[in-house]
Write a protein that binds this ligand. Structure first.
Ligand code: 13P
Ligand code: SF4
Length: 312
């Protein structure tokens, strides 16, 4: 890209020229959130991908999100800024190993967190996100046996809340499990008035500390609607961009990560692979394009469509 190019203006021009829609997750860099047509959590993004009249979906998030968009809207071109933007949760469940695991429990249905590959979705009965997992599990008959994959932390949280015993696949999000209880405890002593809010991908000992647990959209709503003024936020720090825009007068502190990364907070290395320049290139060259083999897509569509139906 030439140095003097105005990326934002060029992206907006390409958006019109190609009838493209830019969908972004809250964890991508603020500069990308600011040019997006829609920013949301995984459920909201899927609903948008299913309903958009655009010809091209530019998905600024990670690979499984682009794949889900393609599963829902196969007639549209779906591009993502960086094909290497994966997800530790999706990577934790390779399809062959998961199929063997599932075969051990023939009388169970499979509920999979949306953070998984299209192959895993094809092996699942219903997809869930952090915003509808409780509701969907509660909608199932009490004696229904359930495998929950791939996030064991979300699975344990749902089990505890619903009182349902589920067989858990042992996957985790590298970002959320890295929040440090020791550093969080010190931070809470420093800000005793702060509410601590967390994403259900966090470990149980962190969730036990939380005043509120929810999806990224729910965490944002909590900070905006709550009469409180100070919050410690236990999820990927990208969400702070929208929180600070929405309530600039409130004090919003990211929960501390145990590892010393650039911001001492929780950052997803995959989400941060997205840059404005890569968004521009993806729109200009219409690649990297997401392709899902039709046999897998058709099966994955069923489990994702079931989720959308149950989320109405
Ligand atoms: P939600 O935005 O759906 O809560 O998902 C969080 C996440 O980790 C996405 O990768
Ligand atoms: Fe995956 Fe965690 Fe990154 Fe979300 S934050 S994309 S779950 S690694």
């Amino acid at each position: 890209v030439a140095e003097d190019i105005d990326l934002v203006a060029e992206i907006n021009r390409l958006k019109k020229e190609k009838n493209a829609v830019i969908l972004a997750h809250y964890y991508v860099d603020g500069s990308i959130q600011d040019i997006a047509d829609y920013i949301g959590d995984s459920l909201g993004l899927s609903q948008q991908a299913a309903a958009t009249p655009a010809d091209m979906i530019v998905f600024c998030g990670v690979h499984f999100m682009g794949e889900t968009a393609k599963v829902l809207s196969p007639e549209k071109k779906v591009v993502i800024p960086d094909l290497n933007a994966g997800c530790s949760l999706a990577d934790s469940a390779p399809a062959d190993k998961f199929a063997a695991f599932k075969a051990q429990y023939p009388d169970h249905i499979v509920l999979s967190y949306i953070n998984c590959s299209a192959e895993i979705k094809a092996l699942s009965d219903i997809i869930v996100t952090s915003s509808n997992a409780l509701k969907i599990v509660e909608s199932l008959p009490k004696d229904q046996k359930i495998i929950f994959a791939p996030d064991a932390n979300l699975g344990r949280f749902v089990s505890k809340k619903t009182g349902r015993d589920m067989v858990l696949w042992d996957g985790a999000c590298i970002v959320h499990i890295d929040i440090s209880l020791e550093k969080l405890t010190k931070l809470r002593l420093q800000y005793p008035e702060a509410k601590f809010i967390a994403h259900p991908e966090c470990q149980e000992h962190i969730l036990n500390q939380a005043d509120f647990v929810g999806s990224t959209t729910a965490l944002l709503k909590y900070v905006v609607d709550s009469p409180e003024q100070t919050f410690i936020v236990g999820t990927e720090a990208g969400i702070l961009h929208k929180m600070k825009q929405a309530v600039p007068h409130k004090k919003i502190i990211p929960a501390p990560a145990s590892q010393n990364n650039t911001c001492a907070c929780s950052e997803c290395p995959y989400m941060k692979m997205n840059t404005l320049e890569k968004v521009y290139n993806a729109m200009l060259y219409e690649q990297p394009e997401i392709i899902v083999p039709e046999d897998i897509r058709v099966k994955a569509y069923e489990s994702v469509a079931r989720m959308l139906e149950l989320s109405k």
